[in-house]
Design a binder for this molecule. Sequence first.
Ligand code: AMP
Length: 436
Amino acid sequence: MVINPVKGTHDIIAEEANIYSGIEYDCRIVAELFGFQEIRTPIIEHTPLFLRSVGESSDIVTKEMYTFDDKGGRSLTLRPELTAGVMRSIVSNKLYANADLPLKYFYFGPCFRYERPQAGRYRQFHQFGVELVGATSYLQDAEVIILGKRILDSLGLEKVKVSINSLGDDLSRENYRKALKEYFSKNIDSMCEDCKRRLEINPLRILDCKVPEDRPIIEKAPKMSDYLSDAARVHYENVVEALKKVGIEVEQDDTLVRGLDYYTGIVFEFHMAEKDDVGAIGGGGHYKNLLAEIGGPDLEGVGLSFGLERLYYVFQQVNGPQTMDIGPDFFIMAMGEEEIELSFTLADILRSNGYAIEMNYETKSFKSLFKVAERKHAKFAIIIGEEEMTKNQLSVKNLKTQEQTVVKTDDMLMVFKSLLEDYMQDLEKKSLEENK
Ligand code: AMP
């Protein structure tokens, strides 16, 4: 019986994985420029962690968690996002007491949500994100948004729309919540079941409803901006102004609430400006009470996360299909059994000296070996036949120019170094000419 992949999961293979690594590399480099360090937390956590952080009114907690009892009867959950685990780690390891504040961590990893699979939406997907805990200034909210934007810039995704909103401070949110409850109570009978449930638990979440029939009612709902306290309004304006100063224009979106309950204050999202067919590439916001909620000290934080599948998708859309030059430096073609044995040891010496090597393990015709080497995008072929064996030499062929040279086996490390340097210089020259 054939076993299929689990619905909503996907394999990331070879060249695709290479591009994912490239994207992750850019995320890491930019995060490090902003002073963040990596944190790795477990994929499984105790279920109450997510109930208390992501929140009982979120879709994630109500319908999407992979929750199970382990053999010891503990309720565990495959993390639906990474922020909660990072907060748990900060508390478990008392990081807030042992390191300078603010704490600044970045993370990568798989997340699990039992959602309806569709374009850009998986049941296992991957996130990159950052958390800054111990935030005391509006500048830190702005800085996390700038970090996100700079990652997108470094991936060549300049045409990104940054949407921003403020969920206000406790007082503004309480007043707004009351106003929403009053407004939606009048309309709730015609709204979807989720909205009915949200009205009781957290009416703010109704603003995030995607059911088309509910949208006209939602669009006429009271606006958060009318309920912001003076302090919250000034904070919001300061963030927008700070972003403007570094050349980031934002779209202020009154209906942006995000799907997790822990956000307070500033929230934001990144979307492709032109073709937004997979939804938000990333988003985040400020959280005031999250750490305290799970037993930590009263420290505020701000974070963001990108979906790597979505970054990959828009990266391909914008930069075109990527062909990466990931072929071996040398493909050793051995003509007979004895030659194969020699190649095997040569391959080890060359790899230990930093060269990427492939070889044949069965005798095959020259012609078919050349075809394999070309398909693998090898830079050079090393040919070892009877003559090479007896004379203790190797024939080396540049597979781009077809130039062939003979190299004494004893000299190979020295000669190969300069052959590859010349090869890379030629490549660079060509690409400069092409881009002129
Ligand atoms: P969230 O943790 O809900 O704030 O989501 C942050 C980012 O993760 C989103 O902007 C998406 O890029 C990505 N994301 C969330 N859910 C999924 C999913 N089911 N499949 C793929 N990416 C997702």
